[in-house]
Design a protein around this ligand. Structure first.
Ligand SMILES: Nc1ncnc2c1ncn2[C@@H]1O[C@H](COP(=O)(O)OP(=O)(O)OP(=O)(O)O)[C@@H](O)[C@H]1O
Length: 325
């Protein structure tokens, strides 16, 4: 596709870099940041992910789409160390990331956000940001929450957090509990928090879901800004208008596999994609089993969140006595 001469430079460059790449599953990219090989993840008899080969171009925005249950979130979990595969390997800048815990993956420059936001409701916006920095770096975050133990690192973290909060227009809310934020503001906080560790690759799981239209525009702008700043972005999204608007490249999954990839305009013409969406009854209600799984997952996440909050709010146990993730 000819690059739009009005589009900003990073977008033009990202599109130009991919212009001569064939619209084929597993195709090599000119400058891949992430390379996935033979990754499979099964749950009982169900194959959630079976990706033979996938390369993610550096400095571009890659949209990851597919019907419900296609394996998108599971692939994110695997690539960022939140889940372990049955087989396969993947690299970031040529460096293997398999078997690393999430904070180690983050330290190497690959971070993610979650579909259900992980903002801790009973911590303030600023505390959530500091927690993000410490969590991503694998350092003790408790110190950052205890007044009087300010060290240079924490001072720098606070300054960085405030800069990011200003960028995301959340600075006036720094002392508000995250639980009082709207759904859209929580999504912004989630994205801001992910940036605390200066990532090079950012994976966004449905960043726009449940966000009102005014904030959607703002979030879209922030995603494009990440590319402007040279980051590689991979995002999961169901809204095809959003996907077309911001993606330089689109990867389509169905039943755990990559079934198509190409620039946004290639996707709607692709028969395999049309079949996958039609065949998957995309808009069908959840089955009882799926509903049970989603509810159980939400309950686990809430329980985990409350557990962590309880620890943070009540604990004076030195951090080194705590188990790392
Ligand atoms: N912890 C788990 N235990 C059992 N099955 C799971 C688990 N996590 C995911 N699955 C199954 O793996 C498949 C892929 O799920 P996944 O959440 O990765 O899909 P997705 O493409 O992200 O879907 P959605 O668009 O609905 O978020 C689904 O069939 C799902 O039911």
């Amino acid at each position: 596709m000819p690059a739009d001469p009005r589009s900003p430079e990073p977008q033009r460059l990202a599109r130009a870099a991919l212009r001569d790449v064939a619209w084929e599953v597993g195709v090599a990219k000119p400058d891949p940041a992430i390379v996935v090989d033979g990754v499979t993840r099964t749950f009982g008899g169900l194959t959630a992910v079976a990706v033979d080969h996938l390369e993610i171009q550096r400095g571009g925005i890659t949209g990851l789409i597919g019907p419900n249950g296609a394996g998108k979130t599971t692939l994110f979990n695997l690539l960022t160390g939140f889940d372990q595969p049955n087989a396969g390997s993947w690299t970031f800048d040529g460096r293997p990331l398999g078997k690393l815990a999430p904070h180690r993956v983050a330290r190497l420059g690959v971070v993610r956000t979650f579909q259900l936001t992980k903002a801790l409701a009973r911590l303030t916006v600023l505390q959530n940001m500091l927690l993000g920095a410490q969590d991503q770096r694998g350092e003790s975050f408790f110190r950052a929450l205890v007044p009087g133990i300010w060290r240079q690192q924490e001072k720098e973290n606070t300054e960085k957090a405030m800069d990011l909060l200003a960028r995301f227009k959340l600075d006036s809310k720094k002392d508000d509990f995250a639980g009082t934020l709207s759904g859209g503001q929580r999504k912004l906080l989630e994205m801001a928090r992910a940036l605390m560790s200066d990532p090079q690759v950012v994976m966004l799981d449905e960043p726009m879901a449940g966000v009102n239209p005014a904030l959607t525009q703002s979030l879209l702008g922030h995603v494009k800004d990440l590319r402007e700043q040279g980051m590689t972005v991979i995002f999961v999204e169901h809204d095809m208008d959003v996907v077309r608007d911001i993606s330089d490249w689109v990867v389509v999954m169905a039943s755990g596999r990559v079934i198509a990839e190409g620039p946004p305009e290639s996707i709607s013409q692709n028969q395999a994609v049309v079949d996958a969406y039609l065949g998957a009854h995309h808009d069908a209600p959840l089955t009882v089993e799926e509903e049970d799984r989603v509810l159980a997952q939400a309950e686990r996440e809430i329980a985990r969140e409350e557990h962590v909050e309880g620890e943070v709010l009540s604990s004076d146990v030195p951090p080194q006595e705590r188990t790392d993730r």
